[in-house]
Design a binder for this molecule. Structure first.
Ligand SMILES: [Zn+2]
Length: 229
């Protein structure tokens, strides 16, 4: 069951206790960031807020973010993540610098590969907001295991976000606490660097083929093999 929460004027999120989606509304259109799981019934939750036509922008192609995309007619996803979704017919490609306007929001695509090769964040520079997908989290664990992820790319993307961190006041992650402050870019980077350097304590993960690496501010699902990827 999805819970709907209003975050700011014309900005809502939907949450099922594991993952969240964001909705920006205007009289003539709406922007939906992520689609949730295939069975999350997000469309009904969106329609309870707005009957305007919806453009769906995906932060990445993992099933908890893209699973419900078939319920929406217009879907945008970075091409590097197209292999992760079942139906690629009619998909629109996202890339660095693409702009999406909705009411007084203006979202700019920032490529942040690593969590997946096609991960993106959406920045509203005027409002100083950053929708970070799964790239920055407070608490975690962040999924960083499997062949469609790269810790090396992920570190480069966190350095990229660190370089623009002073342009933002508020971060909206898809998992765990939301909103969080921009200092979590630096915190996540420091923990990811410790993961890369094999300095984080780890424990077995029940029900998942990976270990849980515990950082100071967040955690990662990863394996020894994935650490080198
Ligand atoms: Zn996720």
């Amino acid at each position: 069951m999805l819970q709907t929460r209003q975050l700011m004027d014309n900005l809502y999120c939907f949450e099922d206790g594991h993952v969240r989606q964001f909705l920006i509304t205007a009289p003539d259109k709406a922007l939906l960031l992520d689609a949730g799981y295939a069975d999350s019934h997000l469309r009904e939750a969106v329609q309870a807020v707005t009957d305007a036509p919806v453009q769906l922008l995906l932060t990445h192609g993992d099933p908890d973010h893209a699973g419900g995309m078939a319920d929406f007619p217009e879907v945008w996803l970075h091409q590097a993540d197209w292999p992760l979704v079942k139906n690629q017919a009619g998909l629109h490609p996202l890339q660095e610098g693409d702009l999406f306007a909705c009411g007084d929001y203006l979202l700019e695509v920032i490529e942040v590969p690593g969590h997946t090769h096609g991960s993106v964040a959406f920045a509203d520079r005027e409002k100083r907001l950053l929708f970070v997908g799964d790239t920055v989290q407070k608490g975690g664990p962040i999924y960083q295991f499997g062949t469609h992820r790269s810790l090396r790319e992920y570190l480069r993307s966190l350095y990229k976000l660190q370089g623009m961190a002073n342009q933002f006041d508020t971060l909206f992650p898809c998992h765990y606490d939301c909103p969080i402050g921009p200092e979590y870019i630096e915190h996540t980077l420091q923990d990811a660097l410790s993961l890369w350097g094999n300095q984080l304590p780890s424990t077995d993960t029940p029900d998942k083929p990976c270990r849980t690496y515990q950082g100071r501010w967040t955690a990662f699902y990863c394996t020894e093999e994935d650490r080198q990827r």
